[in-house]
Design a protein around this ligand. Structure first.
Ligand SMILES: *[C@@H]1O[C@H](CO)[C@@H](O)[C@H](O)[C@H]1NC(C)=O
Ligand SMILES: *[C@@H]1O[C@H](CO)[C@@H](O)[C@H](O)[C@H]1NC(C)=O
Ligand SMILES: *[C@@H]1O[C@H](CO)[C@@H](O)[C@H](O)[C@H]1NC(C)=O
Ligand SMILES: *[C@@H]1O[C@H](CO)[C@@H](O)[C@H](O)[C@H]1NC(C)=O
Length: 920
């Protein structure tokens, strides 16, 4: 009945109103007509029937009376009345039934509600119980802790400049090492390594030559950016004096050593105000820059330098003191800033020339003269006998010729041509030959270093013949073996075979590593000065200065925060305990000040790290072994089932895993969308392990002062100084956890998805762990780089940071490692910050991101709606990938074909057992 009525209503509903009106009027007109007709007919019929009956009665009783007829009529009327009243009654009954039915429905829905309420309450109770348990555990831990937190160290610095001591006899200078010539008492472990720079305008220890003006300005500026610079000479650990650049040669010098004596004013050094009689803790810096083609010298040869350390590009074996003096690269690059534009792309692995060399043989002088002659003939023979596929570009004479005198004292191979012409050849070379100077006394020369610099910049893999007797810059910390091939000259005959034996992947790895080292440590004056100081600091085991935070501009002042209102319950949330609600708990910071350099010194210099700053935590921080957690190192760990393991309840109560307890911070970037933001905050209500929500308010208008929904965790609102998508990755001081969940304000993530992703991230701390996967697809039409792609695919190489966990370290890396050009590009196009982050993390780790399961297909947040917007969006993102690739020299993205699912997802388990998560 109901169904039919609904159908009818539906049908009626389908009719247009006008049609209904016509229909109704037709019915109104036609029905009375018919009624009249039938009624009159019925009357006549009933009368005629009545006549028959009468006739029958007449036959039976032969008693006719009009009274009976009237009675009959009355009875009929009565029947009709009864019929009417019965039908009214029926209608009433029907109404009553409906009412009862409604009431029953209401009652049953009430019962359902009560049941749901019960389930909710039970879940809430369970959650509260878990929270209470966890709080009790945390309290117990605090009480039991018998090793109190180490107080921040006081900075121990000396109060006076070095005292005057008798000078060192020149014959002992050669024996100087850190233990014999360095005063460690000025450099306490907690001193943070203050460096004092003698003003290069006042202290000029050169005679006859001024320190180059560019160098003076640049060095002063560069050191100004170095966090270790101090203006207080009393507290300094290291005193830096710029001696000048390489020594130009003059024609009138008769012997080599004379020419050096001529230029170093010994008394200018010994009268330096903090020299202390013997130059302890002084670093004499001779930075080669100008006139490299005329060679450069060992500035200190023949001069007395006391206990001072020497830093320069040219050293002889007799004078270089390993572990004490420092080999620096020549200052060939710009003062600072982006250097990528000078570099060549890393691919293809094999370039036009297998090997190139351009240089002028030194005049016949030096011990290797004969050997070098043989060397050249062997190389020429190699070229002749090589298969045609191996193209060589070897020039042992310069064209146009350079003056021969210039390489006189050292026996260096002079550079041919201009910087530009050499660069053109290097960009076409898979390998480049570098010959150690003919004079075997030299452990390094500025020209050799210049060749290394040029080679790495252009991505030609250096093959150093005579590599067994030379040293490369900062070699006590840098692992050059992974970027440079060092061979004894005796291996010249095997060189060709060796070069050909390398597979493409190794060629690319060598080239990439060379570029990483070049960019970080050699490329600019800033890079080489920072590296010089960091090398000495690393020797002393002093940690660097902590990395600076961004202090966000708070949107609300201390005394005011908009009122918080309880949001309406979100019905989509599963009735599932996902973890305890805890008080905010920040990740411990700076625990490894003195151990990170020991355990990770290699990686900091050569791999994922950087040695120039101390980070509060690193994604690669080690953890204790499994049993240690039960044998004394239990603090902070929350093993599942207290160590017994388990699924379901036990799992949801504890974080488990191999890491101590922690929480995460949500960073929401929002642009003037108060309602969207409020909904996003409201959705977070009751989310466990949430430490804080940091809202980056990116609009020009001030943040809304209306009421904000209570999200259950502290909310901090900071204003971007300008509207930039890069603000999403600022290392705000407000962020106090290692795990950072970046979300767009319109991303709808369920609680179980977030918690699962958090748990996955805890095991993949150096990767981006999140939901929306994208990939880079080769442009088959133009064969010209990669295109951004969001189509369905079983392979992905990016996880968008609109919903992804990243380690807090990468927020710093985004600003310190990524070339500024990439951030500028993001600002210019208001797009692609997520692609830039994926490039960065893949570049640092050489790992793809991790996609985690999501219960629903993730709605693409911020995806453009209209087709044309879609096209420009994709077009911009193709361009981003291509530009970023150009800047980094390669596309660092790596593909992955797997997705992280919870362990018992889809496992058939007995009814009395539980899964890890109910729904995922
Ligand atoms: C480690 O360094 C940080 C930053 O300089 C400092 O705050 C912290 O107190 C240091 N901790 C220890 C134990 O030295
Ligand atoms: C060497 O330095 C001293 C002290 O700075 C100065 O008096 C002297 O003139 C310098 N000698 C030369 C030759 O420049
Ligand atoms: C803080 O901000 C509120 C609202 O913006 C304002 O009314 C109040 O005067 C401010 N208080 C102070 C101390 O600046
Ligand atoms: C995605 O797939 C569709 C159909 O397969 C194709 O037309 C479109 O070009 C693809 N989009 C991209 C960005 O490759």
């Amino acid at each position: 009945m109901n169904i039919i009525y609904e159908r009818f209503c539906l049908w009626l509903g389908h009719l247009k109103l006008s049609r209904v009106i016509i229909l109704v009027s037709v019915i109104l007109f036609v029905v009375p007509l018919f009624t009249h007709y039938y009624l009159s007919k019925y009357e006549s019929m009933s009368i005629s029937q009545g006549d028959n009956a009468l006739r029958y009665n007449l036959e039976a009783f032969s008693d006719i009376s009009t009274k009976n007829v009237a009675d009959l009529k009355v009875r009929i009327e009565e029947m009709l009345r009864i019929k009417a009243s019965v039908s009214t009654e029926l209608r009433e009954l029907e109404a009553k039934r409906g009412r009862l039915q409604r009431e029953a429905a209401a009652a049953s829905s009430k019962a359902d509600n009560a049941k749901a309420e019960y389930v909710r309450a039970a879940a809430e109770l369970q959650r509260l119980r878990v929270s209470a348990d966890q709080a009790r555990l945390a309290q117990l831990e605090a009480i039991r802790r018998d090793s109190p937190e180490l107080a921040p160290p006081i900075q121990i610095v000396p109060l006076q400049p070095p005292s005057i001591l008798p000078s060192l006899s020149p014959s002992n200078e050669i024996n100087c090492r850190m233990f014999s010539c360095f005063d460690h008492s000025r450099c306490s472990l907690t001193s943070s390594f203050p460096v004092y720079l003698y003003d290069p305008d006042i202290y000029t220890p050169l005679t006859g030559a001024e320190v180059d003006g560019f160098l003076k300005t640049t060095l002063r500026q560069t050191l100004g950016y170095n966090a270790h610079l101090t203006h207080n000479p009393n507290e300094a650990c290291i005193y830096l004096i710029i001696v000048g650049e390489s020594f130009p040669f003059t024609k009138d010098t008769t012997t080599v050593s004379d020419s050096y004596k001529l230029y170093l004013n010994g008394s200018a050094i010994t009268t330096l105000p903090y020299w202390g009689g013997d130059g302890r803790n002084h670093v004499l810096l001779n930075l080669a820059r100008r006139d490299l083609s005329v060679g450069s010298g060992d500035a200190f040869r023949g001069a007395s330098t006391g206990r001072a350390m020497l830093a320069q590009s040219t050293f002889t074996h007799n004078h270089f003191r390993p572990g004490f003096d420092v080999i620096t690269p020549p200052a060939l690059g710009p003062p600072g800033g982006d250097v990528w534009a000078d570099c060549a792309p890393i691919s293809p692995a094999r370039r036009k020339y297998l090997l190139s060399f351009q240089g002028l043989q030194p005049p016949p002088k030096g011990l290797d003269k004969d050997q070098d002659g043989t060397l050249i003939s062997l190389l020429e023979k190699m070229v002749k006998t090589a298969p045609a596929s191996d193209v060589f570009f070897l020039q042992f004479e310069c064209d146009p010729p350079v003056e021969k005198r210039v390489t006189l004292p050292i026996g260096d191979w002079a550079l041919c041509g201009t910087d530009r012409s050499r660069r053109a050849v290097l960009r076409d070379s898979t390998f480049v030959l570098i010959l150690a100077p003919a004079d075997r006394n030299y452990v390094t020369t500025a020209l050799l270093q210049a060749r290394l610099y040029e080679a790495l910049r252009s991505g030609a893999i250096p093959v150093v013949l005579g590599g067994d007797r030379i040293r490369l810059p900062y070699e006590e910390v840098l692992d050059w073996k992974r970027a440079v091939i060092l061979l004894p000259k005796a291996r010249v005959t095997e060189m060709h075979f060796l070069m050909r034996s390398f597979p493409d992947a190794d060629l690319l790895a060598l080239r990439r590593q060379g570029r990483v080292l070049w960019e970080r440590y050699l490329s600019s004056v800033q890079a080489s000065i920072d590296s010089l100081l960091a090398t000495i600091r690393t020797r002393l085991h002093i940690p660097p200065k902590p990395v600076p935070h961004t202090v966000g501009l708070p949107a609300f002042n201390d005394s005011y925060f908009p009122p918080r209102v309880e949001p309406a319950a979100v019905d989509a949330e599963p009735e599932e305990t996902l973890g305890p609600l805890e008080a905010p708990y920040s990740s411990p910071t700076y625990q490894r000040n003195f151990s990170v350099g020991l355990l990770h010194g290699y990686e900091l210099w050569n791999e994922w790290g950087e040695p120039f700053a101390l980070y509060p935590q690193l994604p690669w921080d080690p953890t204790v072994t499994s049993e240690a957690r039960f044998l004394g190192s239990a603090a902070g760990f929350r093993p599942v089932g207290a160590g017994a393991g388990g699924s379901g309840r036990e799992f949801s109560e504890a974080l488990g895993g191999d890491r101590p307890r922690e929480q995460f911070t949500i960073v929401i970037l929002t642009y003037e969308r108060e309602a969207v933001l409020a909904a996003a905050l409201a959705r977070l209500r009751g989310l466990p392990y949430l430490n804080k929500v940091v809202v980056v308010w990116n609009g020009p208008s001030s943040a809304g002062a209306g009421s904000w929904p209570e999200s259950g965790a502290p909310v901090a609102v900071v204003r971007g100084s300008r509207n930039s998508l890069n603000n999403r990755f600022l290392p705000y001081q407000l962020i106090e956890t290692e795990a950072v969940l970046c979300v767009d304000d319109d991303a709808h993530l369920r609680h179980d998805e977030i918690i699962f992703a958090f748990r996955v991230w805890r095991e993949h701390r150096d990767q981006i762990v999140g939901f929306p996967g994208r990939y880079h697809a080769w442009d088959l039409n133009f064969n010209n780089g990669f295109l951004y792609n969001s189509n369905y695919s079983c392979e992905l190489s990016m996880v968008l940071t609109g919903a992804a966990f990243v380690h807090r370290y990468y927020l710093w890396a985004y600003w310190r490692v990524l070339p500024a050009a990439m951030r500028d590009y993001v600002d210019e196009y208001m797009n692609c910050e997520d692609i830039a982050m994926n490039f960065l993390v893949a570049h640092i780790t050489r790992k793809p991101p991790v996609k985690v399961t999501s219960r629903w297909t993730f709605r693409c947040p911020g995806c453009p709606v209209t087709l044309s917007a879609d096209e420009t969006h994709f077009h911009e993102r193709h361009k981003c990938i291509q530009f970023f690739t150009q800047v980094m020299g390669y596309t660092p993205l790596l593909s992955t074909q797997f997705r992280a699912d919870s362990v018992l997802f889809k496992t058939r388990i007995p009814h009395d057992k539980q899964k890890c998560f109910k729904f995922i």
